[in-house]
Write a new protein. Structure first.
Length: 368
């Protein structure tokens, strides 16, 4: 019980402000990087310890063809460059001009986050969003670009999987295949139509807001100005047919180069899986990897790849060695390069990122 004339101790100290909260989070910026480096170190140490115990896989690795390993690295670089081109094309369609090198550096850094950090996809998406906002993208355009990249990537992955299944001789239900293609196409067309015709949504939005405000007892005009602002931002997007075709083309290059990376890893250890089996193995690994259980899908993605490559014609030892090479390139090497790029190109902007986070929490929109 407080003494007379004394302020209870709970009330003496004012609650921390938003800025103070941001500064507290800023003191621990290094934690996520330490976790990422620790995971990378764990992968390297694990590979070093298990390597001599791989028996036949060890023999395959000692006789590795380094020329194919170099091709594997080059293919992975082409894959990431292709994805950066997809992002660049979509941003250009929205009037946001950023060079390929800028987009590529963001792709490397965000991929490193997605591969190494717990809940890495969340950090990766937030990082990409902040960088595109700094380039001049409005909040709606930045979110639209992320959604479109995801839809295009999913569509090209589905196409690769269907091609592999048909080439392998697997019976794919025409109904299932048709429904999947139609769903992806409708989602893409819908996002494209919304971006090109934001005015068509104005009446629908006003109708929904009117019903919602009436149900909640709010002012009839509440949210109308914000809805108009969103439509104005969407109006800046002009994704024409040429932009759409080019974006899909770069996405196809991104996927095909990644498949080539896996294929070169197989050839490097003397494995020769069938083309159809390679496509199925790649698609299965990417599908399984979308489940956020472990950073980089460590463990279960490798199991899916080894199983699929074995079915595709590689021996168990060859499949294990090939997956080791592929993951060292597509996971460890990409993560290392991505974190180096982040520390060189984006570490200095950490304070700006913290300030932008504080502005978001206050409901402001910097740079709009």
């Amino acid at each position: 019980m407080a003494l007379p004339g004394k302020t209870p101790w709970r009330l003496r100290r004012p609650p921390p402000s938003v800025a103070e909260s941001g500064r507290v989070r800023g003191r621990f910026w290094w934690l996520k990087y330490v976790l990422g480096l620790a995971l990378i170190t764990l992968l390297v140490v694990e590979g070093t310890l298990l390597w001599p115990k791989l028996n036949e896989s060890w023999q395959a690795l000692t006789e590795i063809h380094w020329g194919w390993v170099a091709a594997c690295i080059a293919a992975q670089a082409v894959s990431l460059s292709g994805y950066a081109s997809v992002q660049q094309r979509l941003l250009n369609a929205a009037g946001v001009v950023a060079g390929h090198l800028k987009n590529l550096s963001v792709i490397y850094a965000s991929t490193a986050m997605a591969l190494t950090l717990p809940a890495g996809q969340v950090f990766s998406t937030a990082f990409t969003y902040k960088q595109t906002r700094k380039w001049g993208a409005t909040p709606i355009v930045a979110s639209w670009q992320l959604a479109m990249c995801g839809v295009i990537a999913a569509a090209t992955l589905a196409l690769l999987g269907a091609t592999g299944a048909l080439a392998f001789g697997t019976k794919v239900s025409p109904v299932t295949l048709t429904i999947s293609i139609i769903c992806v196409a409708l989602l893409f067309v819908g996002l494209r139509y919304i971006a090109q015709n934001p005015g068509s949504l104005e009446r629908l939005g006003h109708w929904v807001l009117a019903r919602y405000n009436s149900f909640r007892g709010n002012h009839p005009d509440r949210g109308v100005s914000r809805w108009s602002e969103i439509l104005t931002q969407l109006d800046s997007v002009e994704l024409g047919r040429t932009d759409t075709v080019i974006a899909f083309g770069w996405s196809a290059i991104h996927r095909v180069a990644d498949v080539a990376c896996l294929g070169f890893a197989c050839w490097a250890v003397g494995a020769h899986p069938s083309f159809a089996g390679l496509l199925i193995a790649f698609t299965a690994a990417k599908a399984v990897g979308s489940i956020p259980l472990m950073p980089g899908g460590l463990g279960y993605v490798d199991t899916a790849l080894i199983t699929a490559l074995t079915i595709a014609g590689a021996t168990g030892a060859q499949a294990l060695a090939a997956v080791f090479v592929y993951r060292m390139v597509s996971l460890v090497l990409v993560a290392l390069v991505g974190w180096v790029v982040f520390l060189i190109s984006f570490r200095a902007t950490h304070r700006d990122d913290a300030d932008m986070t504080i502005d978001f929490e206050r409901g402001e929109q910097p740079g709009v």
